[in-house]
Design a protein around this ligand. Structure first.
Ligand SMILES: Nc1nc2c(c(=O)[nH]1)N[C@H]1C(S)=C(S)[C@@H](COP(=O)(O)O)O[C@H]1N2
Ligand SMILES: [Mo]
Length: 325
């Protein structure tokens, strides 16, 4: 159990180290728990099966389609100001949370390359007048892409500042016309345990899902994000399309979205189901609400190590405070 007795220091504390073992086992324990079925699926996942070494659509960020070549880099919008330097791209792209692929942030970029991100469809369904399924290219053609510099604050007290490319989720919702009884927007990621080794953990509520109120989803800050640093998203950042809600802790910003549902009751979400007292549903960045594991008054910028005071709503109060008054 060496995996769990490591004493994390300060900011470096990974999310899984102090999580109860009923929720996170390490990979060896998973295999023991699953017996030979586990061993078999592990051999498939780790490359013994035909075809499994083949990485499809590797590096969409450098391997652009003609459409993407036309669209990137998108027009920069200066309305959303940063108060700090932009995080280096190589830093942001090699320190990622993506539990489908690894609990180790430094390993995510490697494992995430297994996900096949083309073709990709996003189904928008539920309490809407016109349910639609969009191919990724439909989204790129239909909605105007823009580049925005946003701060990002993980609940684990690390932060970064990056240029995302995307379009307001509101534009997509307006296209399908939510019914007036819709109150929540639920976003659901993929479920491919043979691709994403983290999803072998069948006791976790995969696929990853998140949700916002319809008002939050319609807020101008809420971005359906297809790119970063002037090119399509690399897989570790959530290719081909993810959410960014910059006034909320990072876990709300779900990656690799396949389905968006308009519903009338508050749904279960991934982290909130696993650890409700640590991962609230609303999860607005707030230095005055202590977290059982991470001090929330300060944050550490990845790359530079700079320490900053955490701001209410991650500094986006002018845009979102009225949602909560
Ligand atoms: N599908 C999925 N989306 C996810 C996560 C995840 O594990 N799976 N982690 C979240 C967390 S905790 C954070 S901080 C951000 C990290 O985004 P980045 O790796 O692009 O910095 O993604 C969020 N979106
Ligand atoms: Mo996070």
């Amino acid at each position: 159990m060496t995996h769990h007795i490591k004493i994390p220091k300060g900011w470096e504390m990974p999310e899984h180290d102090l999580t109860p073992e009923s929720i996170f086992m390490n990979r060896r324990e998973v295999l023991q728990a699953m017996g030979w079925v586990g061993a078999l699926s592990a051999s498939l996942l780790y490359g013994c099966a035909p075809g499994s070494s083949e990485v499809t659509n590797a590096h969409p960020e450098t391997n652009l389609t003609p459409l993407e070549k036309k669209l990137y880099p998108a027009t920069r919008v200066t309305r959303y100001k940063l108060d700090r330097r932009v995080t280096e791209e190589a830093v942001a792209a090699s320190y990622n949370n993506y539990y489908e692929f690894s609990e180790v942030k430094e390993d995510v970029d490697h494992h995430a390359q297994k996900l096949k991100t083309r073709p990709w469809q996003v189904e928008v369904t539920g309490l809407v007048e016109q349910p639609k399924t969009y191919d990724l290219d439909d989204l790129l053609k239909k909605f105007h892409l823009e580049e925005r510099f946003y701060r990002h604050r993980c609940v684990e007290a690390w932060a970064m500042a990056v240029p995302w490319t995307g379009f307001p989720l509101k534009a997509l919702l307006d296209d399908v016309k939510p019914l007036s009884k819709a109150r929540y927007v639920r976003l659901v990621s993929f479920h491919e345990p043979f691709t994403a080794q983290g999803q072998i953990a069948f006791w976790q509520p995969w696929p990853y899902s998140e949700a916002l109120t319809v008002k939050e989803a319609m807020n101008e800050l809420t971005l359906l994000t297809t790119g970063v640093y002037g090119h399509p998203l690399p897989k570790q950042h959530g290719a081909p399309v993810r959410l960014i809600a910059p006034w909320k802790y990072g876990f709300k910003s779900i990656k690799a979205i396949q389905r968006i549902e308009l519903i009338d009751t508050k749904p279960q979400t991934f982290w909130n189901t696993l650890q409700p007292h640590e991962y609230g549903f609303t999860a607005n960045v707030n230095p005055d609400i202590p977290h059982p594991r991470w001090p929330q008054t300060k944050e550490k910028m990845i790359g530079t190590g700079e320490i900053r005071l955490t701001q209410l709503y991650n500094g986006y109060g002018d845009f979102v405070a009225d949602l909560y008054s």
